[in-house]
Structures are given as C-alpha cells and as structure tokens.
Design a protein. Sequence first.
Length: 496
Amino acid sequence: MNYVSYVRLQAQAQPQAVAVRRGEETWTYEELLDDVKRAANVLANHGIDHGDIVALALPNSYEFVVGTLAGLAREAMIAPINPEYREGEFGHILPEASPDTVLTTQNVASRIRDHTPAETTWLTVDGGVNCIDFHDEISKASADYFVPKTKDDVRALLLYTSGTTGYPKGAVHTHDTVIAVSDACAISYELTAGDRFLAAMPAYHCTGMSIITATLKSGGTVVLTNGWDPEATLTATDRYDINLFSGVPTMFQDWLRVDDGSYDLDAMHTAVIGGSDVTVDLIERSEALLGCPVLNGYGMTETFIAGIWEDRHRERRLPSVGQIEDPLIDASIVDPETGEEQSPGEPGELRLRGRPLLEEYYRRPEQTDEAFTDGWFHTGDIAERDADNFLYILDRMDDTIICGGHNVYPREVETTIEELNGIDRAVVVGRDDDRKGQKPVAVVYRTDEDVSPSAIQNHCLESLAAYKHPRDIHFVDEFPLNDVGKVDREALREQV
C-alpha cells in the first residue's frame, strides 16, 4: 500500500484537524492532501514516475512535507539531503543519487547544480534564475490525482547515513518499511490522533523523517521548528501544548541548561532519546523536567530508526535500551570474528534481521553484500545482553581502542568519568602509540574547575583495569558536533 493512502484516510476522517504547524501557520489534513495531489501532478508534468528519484534539500518546512508525500504518491524514491552541506559533501552524494528532480532553495540550487545530470529538473520554493517556482506550479496544478495502490516492495526513501564511519551511504527503504516503522513508533510512543509532535530533528535525518511519517499516519500534528534553538523549542512546547518529543542527548542537555522553571510542559506525555551516548543521569533529569517517561532506544538509518526500544509498561534497566523481544526485528550478539552467538554478559557485535532493514546500499552492491550474513545485518555496534535479554549498547566497533592487545570500549570509560561530581560530559578516543598501539585519551567538559586531571585518572584507576584509564585529559568548553548533534569523534581524534 502507498504510504500516502494513510494521509488520505486521515483527510477523510478529520479534514479540519491540523496536520502541520510551523510557528503560527497551520495546514489542515484537507489542505495538506490538496497540496500533495497538486504537487504530485506537478511532478508528473515534469516526467517523474515510478522508480525516479526526487531529492529534497530543504530545512524543516511545509514544502518538505508536501514534496516528500507528492514524490511518494508518484512512486518515486525520496532522497532528503542536508541543505547545509558544503559543496564537497553535495559532490559526494548527488552524483551517486543522480536525482531526476531536486526541490530546494535558489541559494542551494546555485551551489549544487553542477553535481547533477544536465536533464535534472530544479524546483525551488523561492524562485530564482533557471529554476521552476514550486509554489507557482502548485497553484496552477489540478488537485485531481489518484494515489496508486502501491506494492509493499516499491522503494520509498533513499536515506543517507551521517557518515560518522566514512562517506555517507544511501540506505534504500520501501513503502512497507515506512508503514511498519510508523506503526511501531505510534505504538511505542502512544501516539494518537490529535497529539502534537515537536519535529525539531532535521527532516532529512531518519529520526526527523520518521516523526513526520508516524505522526501523519496517526492523525496527529507535526510541529516543525526552524532549526534547533533550546529556548525557542521550550517556548513552542509550552505555547502549543506539545505531547511528544524525540531528540539526541545534546538537545535534552540544552533544555536542562536553559530551563528556568517558567515553561509549562504538562502536556508532554512521551519523550524519546537516542542516536548518541545516553547516560542514566541525563534520562532521570530529563524526566524530572518534562514530567513524563524519556524512553531510551536504539535504531539507525539502515533500519529507518527501528530497533530495540524501551517499553514504558515493563521493567526498565537503565542504561539498557530495552529487551530483545521486538516482533518487528530480531537481534543477535555475536563474536565478530567467528559469527558465534555470545552468552549473556559477553560483548560482541549486534546484528539485526527483520522487516525494517534497508533493501540495499544504493549503487553499492559490494558494501551491501559485506553488510549482511545469512540475512543478518552487521550494525558495527558492540553490545551485550543480560540473562533476561535486556540489551546494552557499549560502543561502535570503529571506536574501540586496542591498547596493548586489550579492547577498551570508550563508553565504559566515559561513564566512569561522568560519575565524578563536576563532570558534565566525557568523550574518550584513541591516540596512536608506538608501544601500545593506541592509548585512551579523555576529552572532558567540566562544570567545576577544581576537578583535576589526576582526580579523573585516579578515579578511573580505582574503578577500571589499569589499561583502560585515560593517559591524558583535555578540558574543553564545547564538543564538535556533526549535523544531527552527535559528537564528532573524528574531529576530537585530530585535536588530541
């Protein structure tokens, strides 16, 4: 079934309900469906059909939502791309994606046109030279459009990874994946018709896209924000009675930092945290601020964020991300060298199998083959489970530090450092060493300047095996972040 059919059903069931809000502007489900049909006809008029690629390089906006749904209604594959990318980053993604149409702004179009085929159609939301005005086209287009009865395996999304372990790769997802994950989110988040979901994560990111698809399928309101501003988003949460929020740890940390107790957050019933290192302390403080569960979870671009999530109605064992009992996806922890399944308490590579997994890495058959073994996807993450199948994410395999033949998992050392009073955040990376191969180095943000390097090292030596303790401590005022708020470990490695 075509995902857009569910938006059509919501427009029939509650035509005057608000589907999308951005600031004081709102669009009902009836208005949204009308614009989507018109935009689908615009794409059809420019030759977009089944299997073509529509790239969107836009900020969180109503036009992003309309463009995405219109492309899906044409059975095209949507490729959302960060509009803030530099030319070199566009130069890696666009030649591979080779989009048939790009929906963007005139500023972005002027910078990236040379990276696409000559026959690519350029639609912009703000006019421009040698571009077609998207709004003007929609206003003239017919709203008479029939959403096709799409087969489940038709490709829907081409989501590029964040590139934290190399160049971004395009993960291909089908309409079936979008529908299944949207339903799973709705169940886990208790997302229902009328709920207002704050969409502060970038829409081009898998989390941001899933917020849109889950909310619209459930009949809720997508509340779009203009970038990330902690005070502005808290104000929006208060003003618009936001019910749900999903974000990375830095967002929750920002909220805790700027909150002065004046915001009314009582309408919030669910928050979701993930995508980076999560601490028990951060979850507990965030729950105290928001007055609702902050669910810890694990997912990735290759699963359209589906994975292992906490169940609010069952036992929780923080910092576990939940139990390995999800009917949507299977999980296994194996020795990465032998493929043998690990026993409880033994770390290994987390591998996943199930409906939400990517169909392939776009135009990368060798990397696709390398990523799967007998249907199991290699996540590249180190994890362990306990006797009751609670899953604990330890680290990225690529981040593991090999010191004198011993594996050092940075997250274990980081958590130990963060136990100290006066430490807000720690990130541990490896530095090349002639004798040991690598040595752990800690980069620390402290709230108490009396905390010394020796105090941190002594605490680690008391709590961990000696080979795990950081040999050097670097204090910073802020961490370098990538475009979705994750700590840029590669930048830190270069700094130390």
